[in-house]
Design a protein. Structure first.
Length: 506
């Protein structure tokens, strides 16, 4: 069995890993909202105001920190006034991006904010730049957050909500380079400054404004947005119109036209997908470097508000609904991302997996026939990682680790990260080897370990996944193969497995 050493200095904490790196995304797409989060008040499925309570209960296990809505591409077709007032009087629209279906706007602003309250999550509202107006966006934030007798506050009260909500995060459009307007970087940068100026702070609600950033490796887009902010920190300059720029990156084993199957893949496709997931390290590094040139003090945040696997849709489902299964491979794609997020916590302030229910790399799948709820392998990785929320990152150095070449890069077969808070530490370990288990020596320095425990997520097959008939095919269990070692701890990791090791420190 191969052996790998991971060196961790427990007494040298770094940047805080914001809990918002574990954020989520809910778009009006397929069965994410309707049939996922929202079933209507007349449904036989237990609900509150039409919101599925089993979905809420499951997501609360993840301590979900924030939820992005209403898109995605849908955001730049969405006009918020269509989603307020009595549901039976709301105008309908065509969801041209996702299935060309008619949207009845029965899930709107009030329903979304109720959902956030039930989840205990912060709202990340994405505004409409592509087909909207400055006034429309300005009035939406007033409607949401103003508490006096302003016109929009009065309108909100007439629709049944007296007190304003807290909306800490607001997106200035989405994918302006594509579905959000097919704009040039310079044109969008000017609009981002303009629109963000009118997303005002009302009362004690302070908005963190996020400009629609780059697609994958478009470093020029990031550079243009940073240049548009001018001289950050110069004397006499007020606060910047937006406080963060976003980035989108999806993992697939094929091309955009043929992305690959979610459940049927060979060993080469296994490694190809994980190698492409590992590319997030390069993207975060290089976008951060571009930002550092303009903002060495890291006043502007980087937000990866769309990430995850994107496979061909499940056979027999609407191709515009992006419904896919979720296997152990997806779980390890997530764990590789999280390790990179922890290493970049000095610049990366938020991330949102796409998406939460029934779409792309979902946490939960709901069966449209039986109403059954299934937790995916990716759900379990999120659950196992809650100990990293708002902890201080610890450098985890993999010494003499094995690699495998795939997609033109060397893929480390062991991925690791660690964090510490409140006299504890949490170590994440991913064995990306499809076939071989490995022994991992945790070389723990700088503090005494008084206790330890572990959990592991794996299965007999790399394509194992959960279904209504077999909901626990991939579920975490106790990791017993942990023992004391002269350097710290020694752990036996199964092949294709994700594990967390919790440490009690003296």
């Amino acid at each position: 069995m191969p052996s790998t050493r991971v060196v961790i200095d427990l007494d040298l904490p770094g940047s805080t890993i914001s809990r918002h790196l574990y954020g989520h995304f809910a778009e009006h797409l397929g069965r994410c909202i309707y049939g996922g989060f929202f079933v209507g008040e007349d449904s036989d499925i237990p609900n509150e105001g039409g919101i599925r309570l089993d979905v809420v209960e499951a997501l609360r296990e993840l301590s979900i920190p924030n939820l992005r809505w209403p898109g995605g591409c849908f955001a730049d077709d969405y006009h918020w006034r269509d989603g307020i007032g009595p549901r039976d009087e709301r105008p309908r629209m065509v969801n041209s991006h996702w299935g060309d279906v008619v949207e009845d706007n029965s899930f709107g602003t009030h329903e979304f904010m109720q959902l956030c309250e039930l989840l205990g999550a912060d709202a990340y509202v994405n505004g409409n730049v592509g087909s909207g107006t400055v006034r429309e966006m300005s009035e939406w934030i007033e409607y949401l957050t103003r508490g006096d007798d302003s016109p929009m506050a009065a309108l909100r009260r007439s629709n049944g909500r007296d007190e304003p909500w807290k909306v800490p995060f607001f997106g200035i459009g989405n994918e302006a380079w594509g579905c959000g307007g097919n704009m040039r970087a310079e044109a969008y940068a000017d609009l981002a400054r303009q629109y963000a100026t009118y997303v005002r702070d009302h009362g004690d609600n302070t908005v963190y404004r996020i400009a629609a950033g780059a697609n994958v490796d478009d470093y020029d887009w990031t550079d243009t947005l940073m240049k548009a902010l001018g001289c950050l920190g110069c004397d006499g300059q007020g606060s910047s119109p937006y406080q963060a720029v976003s980035l989108h990156y999806y993992t697939m084993s094929g091309s955009w036209e043929a992305k690959g199957s979610a459940t049927v893949f060979d060993e080469d496709e296994w490694y190809l997908a994980l190698s492409r997931a590992y590319r997030i390290e390069e993207l975060l590094t290089r976008h951060s470097t571009v930002m550092d040139r303009h903002d060495p003090r890291k006043r502007v945040g980087l937000v990866l508000d769309e990430w995850g696997t994107w496979w061909d849709v499940e056979p027999g489902t609407n191709p515009g609904f992006l419904y896919q299964q979720n296997t152990l491979r997806d779980a390890l794609v997530a764990s590789v991302h999280f390790d990179a997020f922890h290493r970049h916590a000095d610049r990366l302030v938020m991330a949102n997996i796409a998406q939460t229910v029934n779409v792309l790399q979902a946490m939960l799948l709901t069966d449209p026939d039986t109403g059954a709820l299934v937790k995916t392998p990716t759900f379990h990785v999120f659950a196992m990682n809650t100990g990293h929320h708002d902890a201080r990152a610890l450098a985890a150095h993999v010494v003499d680790g094995e690699t495998r070449e795939s997609d033109g890069r060397d893929l480390p077969l062991l991925s690791a990260s660690a964090s510490t808070k409140d006299g504890t530490a949490l170590v994440s370990l991913s064995n990306l080897d499809a076939d071989r288990p490995r022994t991992v020596v945790l070389d723990l320095r700088g503090a005494a370990v008084t206790g330890f425990s572990g959990r592991v997520l794996t299965a007999d097959s790399v394509s194992a996944h959960n279904t209504p008939e077999n909901p626990d095919a991939v579920t975490p269990v106790v990791l017993d193969a942990i023992r004391r070692h002269e350097r710290g701890l020694e752990i036996d990791l199964p092949a294709h497995a994700y594990a967390t090791v919790s440490l009690e420190l003296a």
